[in-house]
Write a protein that binds this ligand. Sequence first.
Ligand code: PLP
Length: 405
Amino acid sequence: MFDVEKIRKDFPILSREIYGKPLVYFDNGATTQKPRCVVEKIEEMYYNTNANIHRGVHFLSQAATDEHEKARRTVRDFIHAGKESEIIFTRGTTEAINLVASSFCREFCKPGDEIIISTMEHHSNIVPWQIQGDIFGVKIRVIPINDKGELIWDEFEKLFSEKTKLVSVMHISNVLGTINPVEKIIEAAHAHNIPVLIDAAQSVQHTPIDVQKLDCDFLVFSGHKIYGPTGVGVLYGKENWLDKLPPYQGGGEMIATVSFAKTTYNELPFKFEAGTPDYVGSTALATALDYVSAIGLENIYVYENKLLDYATEKLLQFDKMRIIGTADYKTGVVSFLVGNIHHYDMGMLLDKMGIAVRTGHHCAQPLMDALGIEGTVRASFAFYNTKEEIDRLVAGLERIIPMFG
Ligand code: PLP
């Protein structure tokens, strides 16, 4: 499939030691590590090709502009969008959702209108809608989940009414690993003429995505979770929606003409890219996407599922192990609790063994409330992780669990 040991050499940080132990990095859901080519691209841009883009006639400005626009085409191809004008660079998933929430509610919503989200959403797909709710009187309706951490389909269908304006759901849960049936969700919403936003923050790095096949209206993701740099992300939107949405922020680049009497706006995608974009970030993100494409997302999906299956099997050998999230279709993430051991204590002790996991509510407090827990320990995988690292986690738990009696 692919040579994991060879791949690991592309990620210098993986050979670090933490407290004298080789690092086991299982916090990929929060952010992924960066291959050397991504860091080198950032360096290369700043050393050789740095100038503000779009506005300059000089060589460097044109070269940087070319890199940024080439990056846009790389993103377009990566998610199989039809047009590069449908790719908006943002600061990340959070900003992309805020953009849609703000512009969409301003243009299309009136008091009492509803946005459907789900119980398992990350705060960044809850709070932007609540903020717009305060401004425009928009309410959220929430799809409940079952004990396995799957959306309850019948309840979802009942949420549609003449007040529904948009469905905004995550593709893969950052806590449960659940793969939501987004194709079906989009089909059902479209049957009611309702557009759908897909939060792909936890899916674009684990599974191939074709926005045209999916037929989603908006899709968002963060560069740093797919081996790219922090501070850059993507909003994909169908052209007919983006055309209708008003700008999110004002400033340079997003305008056609400005006068004190009236300002007109630029064409897509620039209408949504006010100010100097992170052109170094966008080009390094493109490098990351090329890197991932070379390995192949199909291969990545298969490999990471093997890791997940292995980890699940090993973890279930512990007596008081409770896996949080047992959906029929899941990937990438295993969340767990053991007996009454606090997730934070577990995380701290694993850290001392060089094992990085995340603990807490994972920015999904409403999900924690629904599950009746405060938080979990989460191991989230990337294609550079190995079964041996899972064995290290298991060995760590073998030492930690008896400490709590
Ligand atoms: N949505 C999901 C499902 C996530 O897991 C995350 C981050 O963990 C986000 C949104 C927010 O991403 P960012 O902080 O990169 O904007």
